[in-house]
Design a protein around this ligand. Sequence first.
Ligand code: FAD
Ligand code: DLZ
Ligand code: SF4
Length: 518
Amino acid sequence: MTVLRFLLGDQLTPALSALEGADRETDIILVVEVADETTYVRHHKKKIAFVLAAMRRFADRLKADGWRVDYVKLDDPLNAGSFTGELVRAIARHSPDRIVTTEAGEHRVIAMQRSWADATGVPVEIREDDRFLCSHARFNRWAEGRNKLLMEDFYREMRRHTGLLMEGDKPAGGRWNLDKDNRKPARSDLFTPQPLHVEPDAETQAVLELVGARFAGHFGELEPFWLGVTQADAEAALDVFMDQALPGFGDAQDAMLQGQSFLFHSVLSPYINIGLLDPLEVCRRAELEWRAGRAPLNAVEGFIRQILGWREYVRGIYFREGADYVGRNALQATRPLPSFYWTGETEMNCLHQCISETRANAYAHHIQRLMLTGNFALIAGIDPQQVHVWYLSVYADAYEWVEAPNTLGMSLYADGGLLASKPYAAGGAYINRMSDYCGGCRYDVRRKTGPEACPFNYLYWNFIRRNEAHIAGNARLGFAVSTWRKMTAEQQADVEASAAAFFGALAKDADAHADRSW
Ligand code: FAD
Ligand code: DLZ
Ligand code: SF4
């Protein structure tokens, strides 16, 4: 009896459900590099290199552990280019009695998995991905009957469920959420640690050559390539974060500084999402740092909330809402994505910095994603589909189950407020308070309208005006509608004229790049 166990590129975990009960003597583990996955969006070069190098190293490790691994490389001349095509070829090679796989993190791929039994005539078992702390059933039980799916309620339930940061049935330290102690602006003299940089070895170097040659036209800079690609690398990156950055994580969580891409963030999402780090172990390790007195509770609670709360919550929403979630557009935003999202060439210094760092690292930290590129797309009314494709392409940690709810729900309010309690819209004053970008910008953050004014200022009010009907009743943003209504007709006309001029320039940009595929 031969079982073919098909592992996907973000399932690089020895304890993966598809491997449970496997027999090293008789079973075959199939891992395939395929063109479709490298191009279903035009991923950042670093992301492709990261995934392929990690897949190769994981396969080597499985072989060293005595497994029979069938690994297909991207440049194999017979490579069929798709998961289904490669499965069909593997069935011809191994004649398995059945196929076992772990549910993919994307509706697109789950649809393929569900088609495999009919397409091949071989029985297929799709197992739940139990690397997450909240199963589909648990999330649905929690969500059932609630009229508002609040992350904070979910998070408390998950604290109780896992026992993380709990003293009996009470939260450690007496409060569930210490966010009020966080959100401090950054000082520009702030010392910030660096995430672990790993020198590419010969095998990673071979992947870099392949990616450099084959995906030269894709977004982003391939080198220097510094991400780790093995479980040992990921664990070393975790150690570095725990030792050097976790204590400052809370205070600097919402801060942004020019030239400081990482601040006190962990840069662990690429490793966790691909399966090289276990989210529960990461949370337990952070809790240990607090219990040992090496990190303060506001930092540790804030960090654990991101993984135990937000990460599990957005996944729950993605699966509960189904495949049509990514098509939502509650605010009916239709403007094309400006070309500067791909080139970084804009005079808005904050966006220029964030997008340039994204090009270099395939990384930006949360507040840059939410309050710079996300906020701009929201207030400028950019088509959520195009924004979604951008986020899915450019970050090394991007998989649809986590990217789509963050982009369409948290950032763009395209799901009509299912996920976010208010649109995360902000003017220049917020960016100025939380960063040092404005000092080096050609625009004046204090000016509200006119060609010298910070575009975030008038675009914010233009957004409020355009979406009055949606926002007026919102408990957290309704005040902005009242403020807009209290402005004089002249002030309102200035806002509208500045926004119209800005949108006119964006339209010209769109025309100039209409035939360009990024
Ligand atoms: P840290 O700040 O160190 O946080 C620790 C961990 O918490 C992260 O590694 C991550 O696993 C988890 N986490 C934090 N915030 C979130 C969140 N909102 N949702 C889910 N997990 C979270 N995260 C992705 O992993 N992939 C994406 O494709 C992605 N797209 C995003 C798109 C937008 C528009 C926004 C606003 C956020 C997105 N995020 C995404 C969430 C978040 O920005 C990243 O997880 C985080 O920046 C990763 O960097 P880090 O590891 O340094 O995180
Ligand atoms: C992201 C990615 C890339 C770039 N390449 C591959 C690949 O060649 N083979 C593979 O198995 N997986 C790859 N992946 C990850 C998949 O896209 C991911 O597993 C699915 O989108 C499901 O989340
Ligand atoms: Fe960004 Fe406006 Fe500040 Fe310039 S002035 S950096 S555009 S917020």
